[in-house]
Design a protein around this ligand. Structure first.
Ligand code: PEP
Ligand code: MG
Length: 849
C-alpha cells in the first residue's frame, strides 16, 4: 500500500456529453437544494454513462438509474440519471459494471434508451453529486457550456486535508444532507414523526435529524417530537452506515414533501420567513366567580352536573425478577396493547381520527423509549417500574416544549404508557361509571378515555390540560360533544353534582345557574331539537313557496367534507366554493393535479344534477399568500385582491381554471369570479375560460358568472348581465364597500349591516338587471342564511340562496312557509324605508307574524 498523501484536487470527468446545468437549476428540490449533496448536472446528448472518476462501484441502485463510485480517498460520487427515473424500475437501462468492481475513468457504467427515458420520466438531466460533502472544501464546476463524455472535466473538487491513498471509505462514513426546510404547518408533530420514523427504520444505517446543536434519533417518534421541529425550520439528515446515501436521500425527500402530510410539498426558504411560529397558549381567567374560562375544543351547549374524573395510581414493584423474565413481560404487554389499539381503531368511524391510535401503536415500538426501558430492566428494575419511568420522562419532556401541538402529544404518551402499564400489572381498568347528565372534569382525559365515553350519560367535558389541537379535542369534535380544554385549574375542586352550563363554542363553564336559567335553556334545547328534527325530515323536499315559486337552496362550502355534509342535509348544490382553502396555510401554490383532485372529488360528491359554483381564488393584501410576494398596501381591501390579483398572476389563474374545468363532467359546473368591477375584467376572464376549455376539449356546458360585491357592478348590473351567465351577490363585501365600513372593524362591524336601505337598493337593482337579460341571481353573503332576511330576498326576486351548511334544512323549511306575493309586498315596503332600524323592525315583525 502506498502511504504517500494524495493531491487535494480531484477532477471529475463528464460521464455524459451534453449541456452543463447548475445543480441549483435542476427542477427537483432534492437536488436543487443539495439535500443529497453538492455537484453539477448535465442535460445529456449521449446515452452511455461513463465513470467520472476511478474507484469502486459501491452502490448500484436496483432500478439501475443511479450508481455510486467511491474513490480511494473515500469520496463518494453519486451519478443519478434523469429525474423521477426510479419510477421506471429499470426499464430502458442496461448495466455495464457490477457492484463491488473497480472502474477506471471513462469506463462504461450504464447505457440507457434516451428516447424511452425522456418520454417516461420527468427529465433526462443527470446529476453528479458528492455525498461525502464533509470531505470537500470547494466545488469548482466547469466554465464550459457543453462537455464531451470522458474527455472534459465537468467538476473539480478541492478536498479537505490529505488522505492516504489506498484507504477505502470506511463502512460507517457519515453522510449529511443539505438543509431541508420543514413544510408541515404544525412542524414534525406525531403523525409526520411516525411516518418519518417508519421510513427511517427500513434502513440499516444509524439515522439522525439535526437542527442547530440538537439532534434526534430519526427512527424514534418520541425523539423526533422532542426536537420540536416547527414549520419553516431548517433541519439536516445525517446517516452513518452501509446504506447511508440512500437513507439520506429518502428521508430528505420525505421531509421536504411533508412527511405524509398534505402541506404543499417543498417549502422554500423565502416562504418560511413569512410563517409565524405557533404561539404559546395564553392562560385564560374570568373575573366572574361563577364563570370558568378555557379554550373551545368542541362546540355545543350542555346543561348538566359536574363529575370529577381522577385516575387511580397503578402500583408496581420497583425490583424485578430476572431481566429475561421482565423483558418477556414487557413484550407481552406491548403486544397486547397493540391488539387493544387495533380494536379501538375499528370502533372509530372516521379514519382520520382512527389514525390517532395508529400513532399510539407506533409509540409501542419506539426504539428510544424501548432502549430506556431496557436499561432500567438490565439494572434490576421490574418491567412495570422501568416502563413507567421511561414513558413518564418522555411525556414530561414533551409537555415542556413550547410548541403547543407537540406539548399536547405528552398526553398521548401517557395514554399509551398507562395502557401498557395496566397490562403489565394485570389490572383491567373498569370503564368509567358516570352518572346521567355528566359534565366531566379532569386534569387530562386520554384519547382512549374520550373514545370510550358513554354518550348517553356524558354531555360534555372540560380538561385542565390540552388545547384546541390536542387529540382529545379532535375526538370530542368527531363525537359531536361540547368540550373545553385548558380550563382554569380551580375546576378540579368543584364538587360532584354541581349544576353547570357548558358552552363549548365560547370555551366557558357557567357555575351554579339558577333553576330558572337551567329550565329556560333546557326548554330552548328541546324546542330547537324538535324543530331541527322536523326540518331535517323535510330537508330533501324542494324549497317551493306556498304560491309555487321554487327557490334553489345551495351551500357555501370550504372543502369536500362540507360538500358531503350539505348533500346529507338536503342541499341542492354548491353556490359558493371558497377555493382559497386550497391556497392558504401552505408554502407553495397548489398544483393543477392537486386542485383537479379536490374539485373533481367535490363535484362527484354533488353528482351531475347539482350545481357546483366554484369561486376562483379570492385573496389579496389582507390575506397574503407566502409564495406570492406582494408589495405592502395601505388599504388592502381596496387593493389588488380577488380577480385583480388573479389577472395580475395569469399563470395562477390559468392553472386554477384548467383544474376547475376538469371537474365539469361530474356536476353542473359554474365558474364565478370575485370582486369584479369592470367589463374588461369580465371579458378577459371569459376569454381565459374559453381558451382553456378549448385546449382541454371540455364539451360539457360551463356557466361563467360574477360576484356582485362592488357597488359599481351592482349599479351597472343590467350592462354586466348581458355578458355573464349569472350573478351571485356577495353581500358581505357589497355592504362594506357600499357603507365604507370595514367588515372586520372592531367598532364598525356591527353597523356594517346588509339591511341598510342603500345595500338593499343595490341588491334589488342587481336582480332587476339580471332578470332583464333572463339571467339568474343568487345571494351568497351571510344574509342568505338569516331567517329575517330570507323573505325580503325572495320578495326582491332572488332565485338562489347559498347558505352555510347547517342552515340548509331551516332555510328550506322557511321558504316553504312563505308566499312569493307576500314577500314581494314586503320588499316593496322595505325598499321605501330610510334606516336599518326600520328595516330590522319590519322584518322582525314578519318573523313573528
Ligand atoms: C361576500 O363577500 O359576501 C362573500 C360571500 O364572499 P366572502 O365572504 O368570501 O368575501
Ligand atoms: Mg366577498
Amino acid at each position: 500500500m502506498n502511504n504517500s498523501t494524495q493531491a487535494s484536487r480531484l477532477d471529475l470527468f463528464a460521464p455524459l456529453s451534453g449541456v452543463v446545468v447548475a445543480i441549483e437549476s435542476v427542477p427537483d428540490p432534492v437536488f436543487a437544494q443539495k439535500m443529497v449533496g453538492d455537484g453539477v448536472s448535465i442535460d445529456p446528448i449521449s446515452n452511455l454513462l461513463l465513470a467520472p472518476v476511478a474507484g469502486k462501484v459501491t452502490q448500484l441502485h436496483s432500478s439501475k438509474h443511479a450508481i455510486t463510485i467511491t474513490t480511494p480517498a473515500g469520496i463518494e460520487v453519486l451519478i443519478h440519471i434523469g429525474l423521477d427515473t426510479v419510477m421506471l424500475r429499470g426499464e430502458g437501462f442496461t448495466i455495464k459494471a457490477t457492484e463491488g468492481s473497480e472502474v477506471k475513468v471513462g469506463q462504461p457504467l450504464i447505457e440507457f434508451n434516451a428516447d424511452l427515458v425522456a418520454r417516461k420520466a420527468l427529465s433526462l438531466l443527470t446529476q453528479i453529486v458528492i455525498t461525502t460533502g464533509d470531505k470537500v472544501v470547494k466545488y469548482i464546476p466547469t466554465t464550459k457550456k457543453t462537455v464531451v463524455a470522458g474527455q472534459d472535466v465537468v467538476l473539480s473538487l478541492d478536498l479537505a486535508g490529505a488522505t492516504v491513498v489506498g484507504q477505502v471509505a470506511a463502512a460507517d462514513t457519515a453522510i449529511q444532507s443539505g438543509a431541508i426546510i420543514v413544510p408541515n404547518p404544525t412542524g414534525l408533530h406525531a403523525r409526520p414523526a411516525a411516518v418519518l420514523a417508519n421510513t427511517a427504520k427500513t434502513f440499516k444505517s444509524d439515522l439522525k435529524l439535526l437542527r442547530a446543536d440538537d439532534e434526534a434519533n430519526a427512527k424514534s417518534v418520541v425523539s423526533i417530537m422532542g426536537l420540536e421541529v416547527q414549520h419553516g425550520d431548517s433541519i439536516f439528515v445525517k446517516a452513518t452506515g452501509p446504506d447511508a446515501a440512500q437513507a439520506v436521500k429518502a428521508l430528505a425527500e420525505l421531509i421536504a414533501s411533508g412527511s405524509g402530510e398534505e402541506c404543499g410539498g417543498v417549502a422554500t426558504a423565502v416562504a418560511a420567513k413569512h410563517v409565524p411560529k405557533p404561539q404559546a397558549r395564553p392562560v385564560l381567567k374570568s373575573n366572574d366567580p361563577n364563570m370558568l374560562m378555557g379554550v373551545s375544543a368542541s362546540p355545543g351547549l350542555a346543561v348538566g352536573y359536574i363529575f370529577q374524573v381522577k385516575q387511580e395510581v397503578i402500583d408496581v414493584a420497583e425490583t424485578g425478577d430476572t431481566p429475561e423474565l421482565e423483558k418477556h413481560r414487557l413484550e407481552k404487554a406491548l403486544k397486547d396493547a397493540f391488539e387493544q389499539l387495533e380494536t379501538l381503531k375499528g370502533e372509530i368511524a372516521d379514519p382520520v381520527k382512527a389514525e390517532i391510535f395508529v400513532a399510539h401503536q407506533e409509540l409501542l415500538s419506539d426504539p428510544d423509549l424501548l432502549d430506556l426501558v431496557s436499561v432500567g430492566i438490565n439494572q434490576g428494575k421490574s418491567a412495570g417500574f422501568a416502563w413507567r419511568a421511561a414513558f413518564t420522562s418522555y411525556a414530561d419532556k414533551l409537555a415542556k416544549l413550547k410548541n403547543e401541538v407537540l406539548a399536547g402529544r405528552a398526553n398521548d404518551i401517557r395514554d399509551v404508557g398507562r395502557r401498557v402499564l395496566c397490562l403489565i400489572a394485570g389490572i383491567k381498568e373498569a370503564a368509567l361509571e358516570v352518572p346521567n347528565d355528566a359534565i366531566l372534569i379532569a386534569e387530562d382525559l386520554t384519547p382512549s378515555d374520550t373514545a370510550s365515553l358513554d354518550r348517553n350519560k356524558v354531555l360534555g367535558f372540560c380538561t385542565v390540560g390540552g388545547g384546541a389541537t390536542s387529540h382529545v379535542a379532535i375526538l370530542a369534535r368527531s363525537l359531536n360533544i361540547p368540550a373545553i380544554c385548558g380550563i382554569e385549574e380551580i375546576a378540579l375542586q368543584l364538587a360532584n353534582g354541581t349544576p353547570v352550563i357548558l358552552e363549548g363554542s365560547k370555551g366557558c363553564l357557567r357555575l351554579n345557574p339558577s333553576v330558572e336559567e337551567i329550565n329556560n335553556i333546557r326548554e330552548r334545547q328541546v324546542k330547537l331539537a324538535k324543530r331541527q328534527a322536523e326540518e331535517l325530515e323535510t330537508a330533501f323536499e324542494p324549497a317551493t313557496t306556498t304560491d309555487g315559486v321554487c327557490v334553489e337552496v345551495v351551500a357555501n362550502i370550504g372543502g369536500l367534507e362540507e360538500a358531503q355534509q350539505s348533500v346529507k342535509l338536503g342541499g341542492e348544490g354548491v353556490g359558493l366554493l371558497r377555493s382559497e382553502f386550497l391556497y392558504l396555510e401552505r408554502t407553495n401554490a397548489p398544483t393543477e393535479a392537486e386542485q383537479d383532485k379536490i374539485y373533481s372529488d367535490i363535484a362527484k360528491s354533488l353528482g351531475k344534477d347539482r350545481t357546483f359554483v366554484v369561486r376562483t381564488l379570492d385573496v389579496g393584501g389582507d390575506k397574503p399568500l407566502p409564495y406570492l410576494p406582494m408589495s405592502a398596501e395601505e388599504n388592502p381591501f381596496l387593493g389588488v385582491r380577488g380577480v385583480r390579483l388573479c389577472l395580475a398572476e395569469p399563470e395562477l389563474l390559468h392553472t386554477q381554471i384548467r383544474a376547475i374545468l376538469r371537474s365539469a363532467e361530474h356536476a353542473k359546473l359554474a365558474i364565478m369570479f370575485p370582486m369584479i368591477t369592470s367589463l374588461e375584467e369580465v371579458r378577459e376572464v371569459k376569454r381565459i375560460v374559453a381558451e382553456e376549455k378549448a385546449a382541454l376539449g371540455v364539451t360539457s356546458p360551463v356557466q361563467v358568472g360574477i360576484m356582485v360585491e362592488v357597488p359599481a357592478t351592482a349599479v351597472m348590473a343590467e350592462i354586466f348581465a348581458s355578458e355573464v351567465d349569472f350573478f351571485s351577490i356577495g353581500t358581505n363585501d357589497l355592504t362594506q364597500y357600499t357603507l365604507a365600513m370595514d367588515r372586520g372593524h372592531p367598532k364598525l362591524a356591527k353597523e356594517a349591516d346588509a339591511m341598510h336601505p342603500g345595500v338593499l337598493r343595490l341588491i334589488a337593482n342587481t336582480v332587476k338587471g339580471a332578470h332583464a337579460h333572463g339571467k339568474w341571481v343568487g345571494v351568497c353573503g351571510g344574509i342568505a342564511s338569516d331567517p329575517a332576511a330570507v323573505p325580503l330576498l325572495i320578495g326582491m326576486g332572488v332565485d338562489e340562496l347559498s347558505v352555510s351548511v347547517p342552515a340548509i334544512p331551516a332555510v328550506k323549511a322557511l321558504v316553504r312557509k312563505l308566499s312569493k306575493a307576500d314577500c314581494q309586498q314586503l320588499a316593496a315596503e322595505v325598499l321605501q324605508m330610510g334606516t336599518v332600524a326600520e328595516v330590522r323592525a319590519r322584518l322582525a315583525q314578519q318573523l313573528t307574524d
